[in-house]
Design a protein around this ligand. Sequence first.
Ligand SMILES: Cc1cc2nc3c(=O)[nH]c(=O)nc-3n(C[C@H](O)[C@H](O)[C@H](O)COP(=O)(O)O)c2cc1C
Length: 373
Amino acid sequence: MGIGYRVFVRPMIRVQDSEKAHARALLMLRFLSSNPISRSILSLLYRPRKKIPIQCFGQTYQHPFGNAAGLDKRAEGLRGWEAIGLSFIEIGGITEHEQKGNPKPRMFRATPSRALINRMGFNNPGSQKVALKLEQHFGKFGSPSVPLWANLGKSKITPLEDAPNDYAQTMERLWNYCDVFVINVSSPNTPNLRELQHDEALESIIKSCQQVNQNKASSSNLKVKPLLIKIAPDLSDEQLAAVVNTARRAGCDGIIATNTTVERPDNFSKSEAKIFAETGGLSGAPLAKRSTDMIHQIYSMTKGEWPIVGVGGIQTADDAWEKIGAGASLLQAYSGFVFEGAGLTRSIINGLDKKMKEEGYSTLQEAIGFAHQ
Ligand SMILES: Cc1cc2nc3c(=O)[nH]c(=O)nc-3n(C[C@H](O)[C@H](O)[C@H](O)COP(=O)(O)O)c2cc1C
């Protein structure tokens, strides 16, 4: 973490409402990245100097680390994320229809545990407005220099049985702009959403998204784009196996493990009891082990043949290395940015580079799944 962040920014954030602090940080990132001089300063301060290239989904990533969904729901900070050196950017969750999300407050920090609880409920401008925003952005600045991922959620007003259309419509509207699509059926904050992780429901969502994918690809003479599924850490072993089998069979190109959990840590300080009693999904350090365990399971189940994106509690290079060892090819974080600031990417990439040298790996590809050997 940068000394500036530790001394000035973090103490200020601590006394602010979590959602407001997040909005201000994003505004600051947008502001600083809108001007060539401050954008260069951002890059100088935060962009990793080391490269750890990795091929995934037929694309080249400069290193394995990007932001997790939820951090930029409205696609506002694209140039900022690029400037601070993320190797890919995930926008959203985006739903077909615009929605306000749950009443505030809906995001809470448990700083001693380095954890967050949120029940945002997919607040977002909806697929039409996000597509328009991307069209304008691409028109003005061109496409981002790193792969742009879109996280697709289900609109609250859409009944579960109409979910395939809701996801497919959003994918259709965003297809021209985004490089990878993520079907999110694992947020705990949209009523009954997680039921969509089950067999037929999941299969029909994937199939309707793949239909859009194929139609758009053939009408624009391009390749189909990678489609991933994002799962909850609260699935049982049997449920996890079923989701993986269904998603692979239906044509998903990989999996993101994991979203937030409805579980709570066993131990926490007295001052955090009120926070952990809030309804919502838990992210951050207490999620790390569960998400890594699931990555291990998926990697074993799929013999390392199906790309896994690891997310959940990554706040240090050690956390990131554990997920690589478990079998993740790419990594993401949300809470880590809240507690560590914009310096997170550089510190993780420097740390991974060091680990690879210590352990004698010349490429990251060789290291993926090392804990299984
Ligand atoms: C405030 C907040 C909003 C989130 N919104 C989304 C979302 O819209 N879609 C999604 O798939 N995940 C969402 N997530 C989950 C994160 O992408 C990530 O999976 C989870 O926070 C675990 O990673 P972390 O421990 O690094 O935070 C959200 C998380 C937080 C804290």
